[in-house]
Ligand binder design. Structure first.
Ligand SMILES: *Cc1c(COP(=O)(O)O)cnc(C)c1O
Length: 453
């Protein structure tokens, strides 16, 4: 088999290999990279996964994409290093064959660790091979910045600059970024998340900064998507009988996590239904219902704040898989196969009020401890279950963050604060170090030119 090529969803830029797709992030025509044809597993290969540890499944899945780019021995080491934490599948009391997959055991306690830790290792590898240092510039509303900063911490040849809105991140989220130091610099911006993102976008397009080798680590990078397909294979290997289709429930914002499941399906994992609940930003369930797409601008600020996305960039990829084409502004240039999408997907919008009620109900009914993102997922699962009663298929509902990241909401709903894992508890003892900037592009440009990048 030759090296796998990635095509742009806008269909204008030439296809590229994995290394280039990872290093440049977005295609020159502003589309997102996706393989035109996905590598596939034979059913017998999937059956073997049942006896394998997580990092070995990660190796087998990712090896399909890295062939000819990264040696098998090297990839095996990267997978073992990246996935050195547990991936619990918690049985839900009182319900048959329903599990919650807790993707919150990584160093920053959100599912974003799974992607960031592999992408950092791959990029670190490419930087070492080319000998050309790189600066990763990223804007964050919380979870992405900490996962990316933690993953690239001490990676040689890579510097990371994270911009975050000073008043919009929690104390714990801030400390996860500002206590690392070394090759990680953090900037607290006296502005909103949108301001952070605007400064970063402008820097990428600034000819005066072209010599700096800036790169992004946001969720449009295919390097963040591929590792997110692995935990679906893992869950199925533990919960499904050989060849039996799974139901996955994925709380969604930018639709990168759910694309991991779509990719797993394209690679041969049998899926009965992919359930994608969203918060008050309901552009996708509306599309699925009506066939008309309208983004939400500005996005609604909901309790599950990591899912406050009014136009998910990964929809360009989802529609591409279903034969459609959505450009970078959110306009559907070619309609996807809506009937097939409706058959494969179920989506629903969950309000903040329902999210709070669900935190209570899941605890009361099942002793299931959920934070707001997981509660959106659980409520979406209950809505879906009504449409498909007693199907008997194995279900994995994804919990994407650790409850201890949202102690206030849980204490309000349940009357107690969740236990704090060591990775978060330790933060209080570490000293913070960050710079502060106003919302002013000239000041940001000076900062980068002054040798911080
Ligand atoms: C980022 C995030 C999500 C949303 O994931 P997408 O890939 O953007 O859909 C859900 N939950 C948590 C905790 C997150 O950090």
């Amino acid at each position: 088999m030759g090296t796998l090529l990635f095509h742009s969803t806008n269909e204008q830029s030439p296809p590229v290999g994995l290394r280039e797709a990872l290093m440049i992030g977005q295609a020159p025509d502003k589309g997102l990279y996706l393989p035109r044809q996905f590598p596939r597993f034979a059913p017998s290969e999937l059956t073997e996964f049942a006896g394998l540890p997580y990092h070995e499944i990660a190796f087998r899945v990712l090896a399909k994409y890295t062939a000819g780019v990264i040696g098998a021995d090297t990839l095996a080491v990267l997978c073992r290093e990246a996935y050195n934490f547990p991936v619990p599948l918690e049985e839900v009391q009182g319900l048959e064959r329903v599990h919650v997959m807790r993707l919150d055991q990584g160093p920053t306690c959100s599912f974003k660790d799974f992607a960031a830790r592999m992408m950092a290792r791959l990029i670190g590898r490419f930087v070492r091979e080319t000998g050309k240092p790189l600066t990763i510039l990223t804007a964050t509303s919380g979870d992405t910045g900490s996962a990316v900063a933690s993953a690239f911490h001490k990676v040689e040849g890579v510097r990371v600059i994270v911009l975050f809105p000073i008043a919009e991140v929690s104390d714990r989220q801030r400390k996860q970024m500002t206590t690392l130091r070394e090759n990680i610099r953090t900037i607290a911006l006296d502005g909103k998340f949108d301001d952070c993102q605007a400064l970063v976008k402008r820097a990428f397009a600034d000819p005066a900064l072209q010599h700096l080798s800036l790169s992004s680590a946001n969720s449009i990078n295919i390097g963040r998507l591929l590792p997110q397909s692995v935990y679906y294979f893992y869950a199925a290997s533990r919960l499904a009988r050989s060849g039996e289709p799974m139901v996955f429930v994925v709380p969604s914002g930018n639709f990168g996590d759910m694309m991991g499941a779509v990719i797993a399906g394209q690679m041969g994992l049998p899926l009965r239904k992919l359930v994608v609940p969203v918060n008050g930003n309901d552009e996708f369930p509306r599309f699925l219902e009506t066939g008309a797409y309208a983004k939400i601008e500005p996005s609604h600020a909901c309790l599950s704040n990591a899912m406050n996305v009014g136009h998910p960039s990964n929809l360009a990829r989802l529609f591409a898989v279903y034969g459609g084409r959505m450009d970078e502004t959110g306009v559907l240039q070619r309609a996807p196969d809506l009937a097939r999408m409706r058959r494969d997907l179920f989506s629903t919008s969950v309000s903040d009020e329902q999210t709070r009620a669900t935190i209570k109900r899941a605890w009361a009914d099942h002793r299931l401890l959920l934070e707001p993102h997981g509660a959106v997922a659980w409520r979406g699962f209950l809505d879906y279950a009504e449409t498909d009663p007693q199907n008997g298929a194995p279900v994995a509902v994804l919990e994407t963050a650790h409850p201890a990241k949202f102690p206030e909401e849980i204490e309000k709903a349940l009357g107690f604060a969740p236990g704090v894992p060591p990775a978060l508890a330790m933060l209080d003892k570490l000293a913070e170090d960050y710079d502060r900037l106003p919302v002013d592009y000239a000041a940001f440009q000076d900062y980068l030119l002054a040798g911080h990048a």
